[in-house]
Design a protein around this ligand. Sequence first.
Ligand code: PGA
Length: 251
Amino acid sequence: MRRPMVAGNWKMHGTRASVVTLIEGLTQQVLPADVDVAVFPSALHLAQVVDGLVGKAVAVGAQDCATQAEQGALTGEVAASQLQDLQCSLVLVGHSERRSLLGEGDEVVVRKFAAAQSSGLQPVLCVGETLGQRQAGQTLSVVAGQVAAVIDALGVAVFARAVIAYEPVWAIGTGLTATPEQAQEVHAAIRAQLAAKDAQLANEVRILYGGSVKAVSAAELFGMPDIDGGLVGGASLNADEFGAICRAAGN
Ligand code: PGA
């Protein structure tokens, strides 16, 4: 059985004071023992969150890393090895906001994925189609292409130490959630794509759904056979709501 994961992507939100409040709220949550819970604060607040969550079973991840794993002369960037030194264990790669607003293509995403793993971090590879692509019937080919970019460059075995997040771009921050059936179709296709190369690995890799997940919609989504938890944006900024989503992923 795959162990569910619920991850909170705080995006470019937070001040020192609001992060204190959010940490306090998280430490008060009753979190299910059979779910991996993680939060992804902004790079500015990573150290504060790592320190604030000591003793709480919540992993901390970064929202991005440099394409080069080791520290060096690269102004403004953060190396995966530095994140590892800070006790981060995960990093998002290929989030659609970075793909579409910051021009990150598959080649850069693949390099970040590799940099993360070479520093011992688990990449969370984000994939998903735009509304136009869905309406044009291209959903499965777009997502398959984003997954294939990693497989072709690094080999399928890298997914033994990674998580995939399917996030339809049209559902992110819009309040529009994919139906459980829409999400399940894509999750099953991703798993089949991996299974064509390595059936056991495909059965073990966790595929999270992201896109306007709320406590009210979480249980039904997480009940689908190939949905192994969620990547939660807006709702993760509210500790009670996020805690409820985590509990929805438990058994
Ligand atoms: P959302 O964001 O839950 O606010 O839609 C999800 C994400 O972008 O990871």
